[in-house]
Design a protein around this ligand. Structure first.
Ligand code: PLP
Length: 378
């Protein structure tokens, strides 16, 4: 049986259209800053890709700056805010490290915005925090990477705007999985990443509205209208553009994933698993569950041995799983080391989701019989 990959929130499979676009640009070459024919072709591809990515989130192409990924996009927003008069940062408690760490590194005071037991930011707390002195940058992700839970960004945007703040939205997980329009979200900046939606790794973008001023972080050439120096990663950007266009065309396809995800969720719940974010709007292809007393790492290992790749609820960048900050913030620190995330992608099939359930339930049986043996011996 071929292995099943259900870890698309970590990185998704490369879409064929993206692969073709990357390979074409690797073959064609050309520097968009050159004025000869190869350069002009590269420039055309760059600007076409910008339109494709901006099109995915309903933004104006000129408002989009390509970066090396979602992390750099958030870093650029946070550092730009810090350089243009923001005095403090309010960060959602479940933000990704890409935002969390950049906020901490900014040198500005950082306060955390609490979330409820479903992982949703508490809007009255946001309002109260905005009333304190000092212009604020508010960082609120659109969809959480572990649970898929969607924050009410549109509702949060009004008070931020009224207080004269800057709303930065990390849409890395949401883009390509739910439809969105930058203007309607009410955000001042929006971070995107290609590899979460079927593009190549190492390329992302920051969309910036008219109220936000970007300040270049690295100095050099005048690329990206002076907002980000350095020769563009054109093969990556072309792949991002193609993946964004394919994602936009395939948005309707997520309804199937949601059905298959829900069926798996019901099977796991019937066996005693607790589901995070079940009661609120979530990404259609993300399932985060915990089995009390069964460590995330062990679950992930069992699944891997059974040919199904998933991840622990919390990211493990060095091979070691940390307690999930998201689950802790949702009021369940007791489950923060026993949660797993199963995330489908554009090429996941119904059989993949079914197999994930079969393997997990078989592993649970083994785990529970071992627990019983241990209890008997004791
Ligand atoms: N934001 C979220 C919500 C993510 O899930 C990730 C990646 O895991 C990032 C930001 C970072 O994106 P990138 O890997 O492109 O730097």
């Amino acid at each position: 049986m071929s292995p099943v990959y259900l870890d698309h929130n970590a990185t998704s499979a490369l879409r064929p259209q993206a692969r073709d676009a990357v390979l074409t640009m690797l073959d064609q070459g050309g520097n968009p800053s050159s004025i000869h024919a190869a350069g002009r072709n590269a420039r055309r591809v760059l600007e076409r890709s910008r339109e494709q990515v901006a099109g995915l989130v309903g933004a104006v192409a000129g408002s989009l700056t390509f970066t090396s990924g979602g992390t750099e996009a958030s870093a650029l927003a946070i550092q730009s805010a810090a350089a243009t008069g923001v005095e403090r940062i309010l960060v959602g408690a479940t933000e990704h490290d890409a935002v969390w760490e950049n906020a901490q590194a900014s040198g500005l005071p950082v306060a955390t915005l609490a979330v409820d037991d479903q992982g949703i930011v508490d809007l009255p707390s946001l309002q109260a925090a905005l009333e304190l002195p000092g212009r604020a940058l508010v960082c609120l992700m659109l969809a959480n990477n572990e649970t898929g839970v969607l924050h009410p960004v549109v509702q949060a945007a009004d008070p931020v705007r009224a207080a004269g703040g800057w709303l930065h939205v990390d849409a890395v997980q949401a883009a390509g999985k739910i439809g969105m329009t930058f203007g309607a979200l009410g955000a001042d900046s929006l971070a995107l990443s290609a590899h979460k939606l079927g593009g190549p790794q190492g390329v992302g973008a920051l969309v910036c509205g008219t109220r936000a001023t970007l300040v270049r972080r690295q100095h050099g050439g005048g690329q990206e209208r002076g907002r980000r120096a350095g020769t563009e990663n054109l093969p990556g950007i072309a792949g991002f553009g193609a993946a964004a266009e394919a994602s936009l065309a395939g948005l309707h396809g997520w309804a199937d994933q949601a059905r298959w995800r829900d069926r798996l969720q019901a099977r796991l719940q019937a066996a005693g698993a607790l589901v995070f974010g079940e009661a609120v709007d979530r990404l259609p292809q993300t399932l985060c569950v915990a089995m009390p007393g069964w460590a995330s790492e062990t679950q992930v290992m069992h699944m891997d041995l059974g040919g199904v790749m998933i991840s622990a609820g919390a990211a493990c960048s060095s091979g070691k799983v940390k307690a999930s900050r998201t689950i802790t913030a949702m009021g369940r620190p007791d489950l923060a080391t026993c949660s797993i995330r199963i995330s489908g992608g554009w090429n996941s099939s119904e059989a993949d989701w079914t197999r994930a359930g079969d393997v997990w339930l078989a592993a649970l049986e083994v785990h529970q019989s071992r627990q019983n043996q241990v209890r008997e011996v004791a």
